[in-house]
Design a protein around this ligand. Structure first.
Ligand code: SME
Length: 164
């Protein structure tokens, strides 16, 4: 069961995230490796919802630079400066950012021209330090809302509980 990839598109979002979080936690049980967790979460979230791009940008220079980590989708930009684009804004301000229409976001970085909306969620470790952001892009405008933010923030709390 834990090895399966769920397709949760038919469910209401709150229920989809509840099931997905249970699945992620079951697959990662006993694992204490943030990169393995990023790879697993990317695959499970991406296929559960059929997103365009799902992945992580890791903090490689605190306060300055993000570099791509595990992801699913077409090739992503390699590096993003803090403060640039949606990912860099979420990292610099350490808050989740939802963009309903990427053409309305000044400085949006286009990695895949099909991207229409996105959500970026910051990830803290157990000491409260920013270690990465989770970036999800969708081909439809307005794909993400408060329920996505809540569901994803709960899921990435794993990094504060379970990693160094
Ligand atoms: N859209 C992001 C860039 C990363 S890619 O979409 C994979 C941004 O503006 O932060």
């Amino acid at each position: 069961m834990a090895e399966e990839t769920l397709d949760l598109r038919a469910l209401p979002k709150a229920e989809a995230y509840r099931q997905l979080e249970g699945h992620v936690r079951a697959v990662l049980h006993g694992v204490h490796d943030p990169i393995a967790a990023m790879a697993t979460m990317s695959a499970l979230i991406h296929h559960a919802f059929g997103h365009l791009w799902t992945g992580f940008y890791r903090v490689v220079e605190p306060g300055a630079l993000l570099r791509v980590g595990p992801y699913q989708g077409t090739v992503g930009c390699l590096e993003i400066a803090f403060g640039r684009g949606v990912c860099g804004t979420a990292a610099a301000e350490q808050r989740s950012v939802i963009v309903a229409d990427v053409s309305d976001f000044p400085g949006h970085i286009t990695c895949d021209a099909r991207s229409r909306s996105e959500i970026v969620v910051p990830i803290m470790n157990g000491r409260g330090a920013l270690i990465a952001v989770l970036d999800i892009d969708a081909a439809e405008p307005g794909a993400f809302d408060d329920e996505d933010q809540r569901g994803l923030e709960r899921m990435v709390a794993w990094f504060a509980e379970d990693s160094a």
